[in-house]
Design a protein around this ligand. Structure first.
Ligand code: GLN
Length: 279
């Protein structure tokens, strides 16, 4: 079979298998996996659809397509995901970085704009995507990522290394526990999905670390803990920023206000849903 025929078959198979999978793009994903199988840019596929696939490559391609047909996130199959125009390694030990999380990075950068170089912390850093995005934009700042997962810290360090971000460090511990001294900005995209939310049983979530998605209960526990503990680590005029679920804006504002934070506000995404709250 040639490249074009393989792609056509994969497109049809993925289209059928991922019919109910939110955010799936069968045509695009067939091409991404093909580019991976042939270790070539996607543009090569458009130029050479008639090229015969070497059988070993064809088999490797089908194996990847079948993993995706079973619902595995494409980022775990290719081992990479773009975030903030940077390429990150991802494995099943970490949450796949989401495009919507760029709003958290954007909001933090707005608050930091014009400030002297200082220190930033990212709590529950996972792949290190948020920490690295901030470190890439704020080269003069030192960015600390914390996580309770040693596997995640290893991936975060590898990502920072690949990206040449020497202004990062990744330390083990729960939320604020490993922090020392003060920070001008503390950000977190903690697990916040409520226990039993059907979202957990759909799409990529089924394959991601549960502990990165849900803290159990109403999903708000990490916001309480971090809001309480981050106070002692913020410098004068510093900001704490959270990503949260689009129905948690009011609850998170209340948590911050109750802990004595000032200038508490929520930012919305392009669809006008509450996604980031800061104080
Ligand atoms: N926003 C992610 C999702 O919808 C969840 C991320 C998180 O819990 N921090 O799957």
């Amino acid at each position: 079979m040639n490249i074009g025929q393989h792609l056509e078959a994969a497109r049809a198979d993925l289209g059928g298998a991922l019919r109910d999978c939110p955010g799936a793009h069968p045509g695009l994903e067939a091409e991404i996996l093909m580019a991976e199988a042939l270790e070539t840019p996607r543009s090569f596929l458009y130029a050479h659809p008639e090229l015969e696939m070497p059988p070993a490559r064809g088999q490797a391609y089908r194996a990847m397509v079948e993993r995706r047909m079973r619902g595995e996130p494409i980022a775990y199959i290719t081992g990479t995901r773009e975030f903030w125009s940077l390429t990150f390694r991802v494995t099943p030990e970490v949450l796949v970085p989401r495009p919507e999380t760029e709003l958290l990075v954007e909001t933090a950068l707005e608050r930091l704009a014009g400030s002297a170089p200082g220190r930033i912390a990212d709590l529950g850093t996972g792949s290190g995507a948020i920490a690295c995005a901030l470190a890439s934009e704020r080269r003069g700042d030192e960015v600390t990522g914390t996580d309770i997962s040693y596997d995640a810290l290893e991936i975060a360090r590898a990502n920072a290394g690949d990206l040449g971000l020497h202004n990062t460090r990744f330390v083990h511990g729960s939320w604020c526990a490993p922090l020392d001294g003060s920070y001008q900005c503390i950000v977190s995209n903690p697990p916040y999905i409520a226990a039993g939310d059907p979202h957990l049983d759909h799409g990529d979530c089924r394959f991601e670390p549960r502990t990165a998605l849900t803290p159990g209960g109403d999903g708000l526990a990490p916001f309480h803990t971090i809001a309480r503990d981050a106070r002692g680590h913020l410098s004068e005029g510093g900001w704490l920023l959270f990503e949260h679920g689009n129905d948690q804006g009011e609850a998170v504002r209340d948590i911050l206000t109750a802990q004595g934070y000032e200038r508490v506000e929520t930012c919305q995404d392009l669809e006008r849903r509450d996604r980031v709250t800061l104080g």
